[in-house]
Design a protein around this ligand. Sequence first.
Ligand code: SF4
Length: 421
Amino acid sequence: MAENQIDKIYNDYVERIINKGAKDETVRIALNRATNAFRKNRKEALNRYPHTIYLAEEVRRIKEYSIEHMDELVDKACASIEENHGHCYKAKDKEHALEIFDKIIGTGKTIVQSKSLTAEEIGLRHHLEEKGNEVFETDLGEFITQLLGNRPMHLLAPAINVPREKVAELLEKYTGEKIDHRDIKAMVNVVRKILRDKYFNADFGINGANVISADTGSMFIIENEGNARLVTGAPPVEIALLGMEKVVPTLQDAFKTVEVTWRYANYKMPAYLNIISGPSKTGDIEKVITYGAHGPKELHVIFLDNGRKKMAQDKVYKEALYCLRCGACLYECPVYEVTAGYFGKKYLGGIGTIWDAFTTVGFEEASPMAYTCLRCGKCKNACPLKIDTPKMIGKLRNDLKKKGYVPEAVRKFAEDILKMA
Ligand code: SF4
């Protein structure tokens, strides 16, 4: 890469993370409120269900096995999905995945979408909008982010950086109605009203999943709001986009994985756990199986590679594929605390840097992020699977050095970050 191009990457990133992220007072207020609540809730959840800590060790072993056998398990999951009357696809990269979406959806359609980082990874909403479709994010945080024209700032709480006053302002602008800037309940009701009829008028529902079991082809979706069950239940066609790393061998493995995920995501028990294995069906008239009873008539599941197989082949980086996206590490990260979602591109924080390097922006553009991480190890301590992010970042820095990056710019950037944290 030309030296001036590297400088540009660094300068843009420094501008974003230091001048925009770290100096944004609203980010600090909102993050402070959210971090305190998260730590308190997670502690209570783990005290109430102490077995989760041992279960997490088992889930680590499940993920190690699953990533080692990722290809074979995805094939098995596809066979199960097809047996359940669904359609299965394997997308090698972003472009291939978008092409599959285009073939299924076409143009001029209404789509409701529940939160999916994988959809964010391939820029799905923007792509579908560009193709002439109308897309509604239905997770409350994602909906706020969509109104803001921004990107998600946390794995689980995409609008973590937006305080209530700003949310009220956005909703007033969208609805033209006056909203009490202190009344969060009223704001939630407004969004509920806006989205209610969208679910039932949509042509397609798009969702991600926390995990999928290869033996039964069952997708598990953890949620609290109830939007994912409407997205996957109301429209006539459901399309699920899943990273290949989401597959585990059995239904029992999937149950263990989701329990650890929600506990470390600070929930004793989420309001809903959705399990979807195929399109809706009935055999109530003369035992003739007919698809599309009350839920979707069709189910399409797309497994995305987009760099995951490459990650799985490396003995250090493959650990990133064990990530459950519980978000626990971000709440402990001293850099995230002052910069929020500006630390990362599509994925966030130290582990997000590895994900961004392999799946979204590439190694070159991920390089300033590699030096944003302090390698303090707080993330590893907080992680249920003890994913060694500092080690992965160390390897990434070595790999970047081998590619000939500008040592002086990097060193100076790392010093600035250290001063900030
Ligand atoms: S790295 Fe660990 S703590 Fe962070 S989101 Fe993934 S599983 Fe959770």
